[in-house]
Write a protein that binds this ligand. Structure first.
Ligand code: GLU
Length: 483
């Protein structure tokens, strides 16, 4: 059976390197809709081979975020399945075996070049405008010499013997034939010197062993697909079908990045966008339901799904449009349903139990609770009335704004979200800027609450959550920097 006739198996393969990205949900949605429409399987695989970038909390966040969206996977690290393990860090032996297969077939070779040598060669070749950064120095080493050096324990990587000439072609279901010249490719590294695979090897081996029939992923991987096709060829395997989805853009057409718009799925959950709106909105960014209809359910998308309806025009991730769509969903609810949504969002016992320690000592009557804590139930705050207060005596506004953004980055890297860590981060940040707490903390308080007086900042950040905290700090920085 060819990939086109086998039962459909598709996957989403996020790397757990940070907050769950809206782009992951976007790609997951198209894979999911196709799998369900075909009666196939939708698989979640965690690509955590890059140990330096992997974050311990990120995997769970991916599970939580995709579940919040309403996308369920049939196989994955948490639900198991017949093709596991589904976490690449647990598949090292599989990759080693497969690298060995290629070595034995003469399709790959050990490379002993040091990082210093590679760097020198790269610079020299760039200066001479020679394509490819590696000179294939170890490619023609006699097999006996290479084997002896490996046996002697010499540090090495494993590289693929990429054809010296010819073209590499694959069909992208949306783009047609994509063709690249072999000369554009280096002899790519398959196994690193630490014995771990590169993304390319792990991705191809897993897609093959997991019997993936269609690889639908972001267009940033188009340029890697040629390498993957070479790997399939070297193994003697049939590649899956490919389709690369365009990257999400901001309304100004720049690539969505956390510098401009929140990119964490949780931000949209926390500001009270419904999961069905979120998926519906992502669906409109590439799926034409028919006519100019923009509001459709996941079930409707599944029922009608076909790649012919998927377009590659630059999808604009416009929060204003998403909000307008959410409004339609709100208007269609009964008041009881709406009340339930509000309860599920913030007005629930779990959230109030977290919030009450901040209010208890500050109120005498219950009618003070809501006015005292209303900024926990709001999205963006209006800084206009307090703009004059958003300052540190003797420091230029631009420097304050830059410092606030540096704090956002520090919080971005924070694993977990608990008061003690957040206070430590804030203290370290103030010290780095040589500011005393009494200079720096009022600024943070104003940014987070738009008030001069509010509960402790560690508590406030913890209860507000990572998304709103960062969003407010960033908006305060923008308000300060604006002329
Ligand atoms: N781990 C890659 C990512 O994070 C997966 C790319 C693919 O789907 O092949 O996007």
């Amino acid at each position: 059976m060819t990939a086109a006739t086998r039962p459909v198996r598709v996957r989403i393969a996020p790397s757990p390197t940070g907050d769950p990205h809206v782009g992951t949900a976007y790609i997951a949605l198209f894979n999911y809709a196709f799998a369900r429409q075909q009666g196939g399987k939708f698989i979640l695989r965690i690509e955590d081979t890059d140990q330096k970038r992997a974050r311990s909390d990120s995997e769970q966040m991916i599970f939580d975020a995709l579940r919040w969206c309403g996308l369920r996977w049939d196989e994955g690290p948490d639900v198991g399945g017949p093709y596991g393990p589904y976490r690449q860090s647990e598949r090292s032996a599989i990759y080693r075996e497969h690298a060995q297969v290629l070595l034995d077939k003469g399709e790959a070779y050990p490379c002993f070049c040091t990082a210093e040598r590679l760097e020198k060669v790269r610079i020299q070749r760039a200066a001479e405008h020679i394509s490819g950064g590696y000179d294939r120095n170890c490619r023609e080493l006699p097999a006996s010499e290479a084997a002896a050096r490996v046996a002697g324990g010499e540090a090495h990587v494993v590289r693929l013997k990429v054809p010296i000439e010819g073209s590499i072609e694959f069909v992208d279901m949306a783009r047609g034939v994509v063709s690249r010249e072999a000369t554009e490719f280096d002899d790519q590294v398959l196994m690193k010197s630490d014995g771990l695979p590169t993304y390319h090897l792990a991705n191809v081996v897993d897609d093959h062993l997991m019997e993936i029939t269609h690889v639908c992923r972001a267009e940033e991987w188009v340029s890697s697909t040629g390498k993957h096709v070479l790997l399939y060829r070297a193994f003697g395997w049939e590649p899956p079908q490919f389709i690369h989805m365009p990257l999400l853009r901001n309304p100004d057409k720049s690539k969505v990045s956390k510098r401009n718009n929140p990119t964490s799925i949780f931000y949209y959950r926390d500001i009270g966008i419904f999961p069905e709106t979120f998926l519906n909105f992502l669906g409109t960014l590439g799926y034409s339901f028919g006519g100019d209809r923009e509001k459709f359910t996941l079930a409707e998308m599944v029922e009608t799904f076909s790649w012919d309806r998927v377009s590659l025009g630059g999808p604009v991730f416009d929060v204003v449009k998403m909000t307008a769509l959410n409004e339609k969903y709100i208007h269609e609810l009964t008041v009881e349903q709406l009340a339930d949504r509000v309860i599920a969002w913030r007005l629930n016992r779990d959230f109030l139990v977290k919030l009450m320690p901040l209010a208890q000592k500050r109120i005498k009557r219950l009618d003070e609770v809501i006015p005292l804590t209303e900024y926990f139930f709001a999205g963006d705050l209006d800084y206009t009335p307090i703009l004059g207060e958003l300052k540190i005596e003797g420091v230029e506004p631009a420097a304050i704004a830059a410092a606030l953004l540096a704090f956002v980055d520090k919080l971005d890297a924070r694993v977990g979200w608990v008061k003690a860590d957040l206070e430590a981060d804030m203290k370290a940040w103030a010290t780095e800027h040589t500011w005393k707490p009494k200079q720096a903390y009022p600024l943070i308080r104003l940014a987070l609450t738009a008030r001069m007086a509010a509960p402790g900042l560690g508590d406030t950040m913890e209860v507000l959550g990572k998304e709103l905290t960062r969003r407010r700090l960033r908006r305060a920085a923008e308000a300060i920097a604006a002329p």
